[in-house]
Design a protein around this ligand. Structure first.
Ligand SMILES: C[S@@+](CC[C@H](N)C(=O)[O-])C[C@H]1O[C@@H](n2cnc3c(N)ncnc32)[C@H](O)[C@@H]1O
Ligand code: SF4
Length: 455
């Protein structure tokens, strides 16, 4: 991996989706009627994956691309719980609430901005309305180590949480100062130790490369410090810089962001570093220990990608609960409103706060299958796609195959009659390699104001 031609690679630095969904969220629209969404909920038979968005944070991390509400007002936090309960009540009337829950995730924002008793109240309420949790359900929470205490951990233990993801981003003091997130190593270590003491089986650490003032040398140190925490999984995200969407990102002096070739150098070193230390790469930005269930999933071709990254629990119906949250089922994506007032008004009127989304047509479903397969498993089984979608791959994707030629010439992709395979080095450009299969890409060709850069 270390022998890649960084200059050659830098030319691929262009705006492109991260494909946590296909079609991407930019295609979500108002044509998806509320009644149609209810029909999807009602007709779904799959197991349930529940995502609950707790959007509040005390102060802004300037790099943050998440849907966040900044506040320190207690009454806002408690009023949100009242509305979450209303949403859960209404949901339970529109879908069979005895369906098995195989996944539950608290995302944010900072879920642990809530006190222990409040977290307990939310999970208990959900369990009272959706009681059928499978014994091996994956129950997880995103945690900012700066807001985490033992009482909260006790609540997580009580409710069977078995996964925790800690936000770290970078350990370098200068970078932390610049991103407005001071988080000393000892504080992070204490948070990880607390979770371990309570028997959390899977601990994930999030890092980001591409942040201001990061250098190859500084990130090397961050990697070593992250490794010393012995996490079961790590996510090493490419910083998505979208200042036209997120005001706080405008605080960065763009000349201090590492250049595409430095970023590539950092990420290819990251891959080498973790592989040399017993981890394996999963998908485009995750690393895990080889005994992790993600690998068995890869071997069986059952690794899936969704809004929360990579998962083994495919085939379930993801229900988004809370402000801005996104749900996903066979043939649709559905997103709740981003506006707190609208959220509350909908619920007061007895409606779900569903706002927009997309129902997939046959072409969308086919491309979704191909792109998600590429993003998760770095290959496409042509014969399987042909059989499942009743097409001749070479005809249907003639344009995409032509567009892939430059990657074939660069030995980043191999194409045979039965399979498309991305090489280890090619995985660094997986977003670029997926883009030719995206029917909506033409709409944004060259537009800077849509996606973050791929490299
Ligand atoms: C929703 S955040 C919640 C985590 C938690 N609030 C915290 O900060 O520790 C989940 C992760 O998204 C990643 N993230 C946020 N903004 C990002 C951006 N602009 N580009 C890439 N990754 C980002 C960070 O690694 C963060 O830990
Ligand atoms: S990174 Fe986490 S703590 Fe920071 S603003 Fe975003 S959601 Fe809040």
């Amino acid at each position: 991996m270390s022998r890649i031609d960084l200059e050659k690679f830098s030319k691929y630095s262009k705006p492109g989706p991260r494909y946590t969904s296909y079609p991407t969220a930019l295609e979500f629209n108002d044509d998806f009627a509320y009644e149609r969404y209810l029909k999807h909920l009602d007709e779904g038979e799959n197991r349930l994956s529940l995502y609950v968005h707790l959007p509040f944070c005390r102060s802004a991390c300037y790099f943050c691309g998440c849907n966040v509400v900044f506040t320190s007002k207690e009454e806002k936090l408690s009023s949100y719980i009242t509305y979450l309960k209303k949403e859960i009540d209404i949901l339970a009337t529109h879908l069979d609430s005895s369906r098995e829950v195989t996944q539950f995730h608290f995302g944010g924002g900072t879920p642990t901005f809530y006190k222990a008793f409040e977290l307990d109240e939310i999970v208990s309420y959900i369990k009272s309305k959706f009681p059928n949790w499978s014994s091996d359900a994956e129950i997880s929470c995103e945690i900012d180590p700066r807001f985490f205490n033992e009482e909260q951990m006790q609540v997580f233990q009580k409710h069977g949480f078995n996964r925790i993801s800690f936000g770290v981003q970078d350990f370098d003091p200068k970078v932390q100062q610049e991103i407005h997130r001071i988080q000393p190593y000892d504080l992070t270590k204490a948070a990880v130790d607390l979770a371990r003491r309570y028997g959390i089986e899977s601990i994930n650490v999030d890092l980001i490369y591409g942040l201001p003032y990061q250098t190859f040398e500084s990130f090397k140190k961050t990697l070593e410090m992250a490794f010393s925490l012995d996490p079961d999984r790590l996510a090493v995200f490419n910083y998505a810089h979208v200042p036209w969407l997120k005001k706080t990102m405008r605080k960065f002096d763009e000349t201090t962001l590492p250049s595409p070739d430095v970023k590539l150098q950092i990420f290819s070193y990251t891959i080498d570093f973790f592989e040399a230390n017993g981890y394996k790469m999963v998908g485009m930005d995750h690393f895990a220990k080889p005994e992790d269930e993600l690998f068995t999933a890869i071997e069986k071709g059952e690794l899936h990608r969704n809004f929360q990254g990579y998962t083994t629990k495919g085939g379930s119906n993801l229900i988004g609960i809370g402000l801005t949250s996104i749900g996903e089922g066979v043939g649709y994506y559905a997103q709740n409103t981003k506006d707190m007032k609208v959220y509350e008004e909908a619920l007061d009127a007895g409606r779900l706060p569903f706002e927009r989304g997309i129902e997939l047509n046959d072409d969308d479903m086919l491309r979704q299958a191909v792109i998600m397969e590429l993003m998760a498993n770095f290959s496409i089984d042509i014969k399987r796609v042909e059989a499942e979608h009743n097409i001749v791959f070479a005809d249907y994707f003639a344009d995409a195959l032509v567009a892939l030629e430059e990657f074939v010439e660069g030995e980043l992709v191999t194409i045979t009659d039965t399979k498309i395979t991305v090489s280890a080095t090619g995985t660094l450009l997986i977003r670029n390699i997926a883009m030719p299969f995206d029917a909506y890409m033409g709409k944004y060709g060259g537009s800077k104001k849509s996606f973050s850069k791929t490299v």
